[in-house]
Design a protein around this ligand. Structure first.
Ligand SMILES: NC(=O)c1ccc[n+]([C@@H]2O[C@H](COP(=O)([O-])OP(=O)(O)OC[C@H]3O[C@@H](n4cnc5c(N)ncnc54)[C@H](OP(=O)(O)O)[C@@H]3O)[C@@H](O)[C@H]2O)c1
Length: 256
């Protein structure tokens, strides 16, 4: 029997591409996001194209009990989940002192709190269910404090640090916690975050998810998409904090 992969933020962008990639490898799917119609249409398309079982659970992951609800849905429906990709995320751009505080709170709630709770609830669930893999989607910005994206970059630094710690805690067990970092990828993320892609040359979501699939199958602790992003991460380790701050501030400057 094929196992089920849970993907959050699967109605658009990278999450939607992940759903297509894993359906192509005959995984059954449970897709989570707020946009019910998009999830429903995607499930129909993927189950017809690949002969898999694709289900969806429309849910706002900003809710306090979102992680409990996802686990409850899995248990209530007898879903044999072995993979969880915590992909849903949101960003913002501009000077922090002028930011929309509610949006900042939502970034921390979605990117940090809900992700943390999903890991806390699903590690024991997967362990009892015969083992599995959790993948937390971070970002190249996880490696550097980034002016004009201060809250978002800090949220992804949490994802990176937290997920790497969990990899060590779980590595001798039947559950793995992996981190995959996209660089700039061509989705609606930037429009939703309120800034233009500008100088950046974006990867396609399809190239990112093909890379992510290979990394997940190999159970790599940390995978960074594209050679240029790997170099960026290396630069962040070797350069002084002052240099890293300045380079990222210049590269990610917004108009505000
Ligand atoms: N694109 C990039 O360049 C890039 C680079 C580095 C890292 N990343 C990371 O990659 C992940 C995916 O980004 P993306 O580019 O695919 O973004 P996107 O195109 O904006 O898609 C975001 C997804 O998250 C879902 N989502 C947002 N808020 C939600 C909420 N409150 N509850 C449930 N679902 C929610 C959205 O669905 P609904 O609106 O239907 O809820 C959508 O499916 C994020 O974690 C992001 O930080 C992206």
């Amino acid at each position: 029997m094929n196992h089920t992969e849970i993907i959050t933020g699967a109605s658009a962008g990278i999450g939607k591409a992940l759903a297509k990639e894993f359906a192509g490898h005959h995984f059954n799917l449970l897709l989570v996001a707020r946009s019910e119609d998009k999830l429903k249409n995607l499930c129909t398309e993927l189950s017809e194209s690949f002969g898999i079982t694709a289900r969806y659970f429309p849910l706002d992951l900003l809710a306090d009990d979102a992680a409990e609800k996802v686990l409850g849905f899995v248990k209530d429906n007898g879903i044999d989940a072995a993979y969880l990709i915590n992909n849903a995320g949101m960003g913002d751009a501009g000077l922090f002192e002028k930011s929309d505080l509610q949006k900042d709170e939502n970034i921390i709630r979605l990117n940090v709190l809900t992700l943390m709770k999903m890991n806390r609830l699903f590690i024991p669930y997967l362990r009892e269910n015969g083992g599995g893999t959790i993948v937390n989607i971070a970002s190249t910005l996880a490696f550097a404090p980034t002016a004009d994206e201060a809250v978002y970059a800090a949220s992804k630094a949490f994802v990176l640090s937290f997920s790497q710690a969990l990899f060590e805690e779980t590595k001798k067990s039947n559950v793995s916690v992996l981190t995959v970092c996209p660089g700039v990828t061509d989705t609606d993320f930037f429009k939703n975050a309120g800034f233009a892609l500008g100088q950046f040359k974006a990867a396609t979501p399809e190239s990112f998810v093909a890379f992510a699939y290979r990394s997940i199958v190999k159970k790599k602790a940390l995978s960074i998409h594209r050679f240029s992003n790997k170099l960026t991460a290396l630069f962040c380790r070797l350069a002084t904090r002052k240099t890293v701050r300045k380079v990222f501030a210049a590269a990610c400057k917004t108009e505000s």
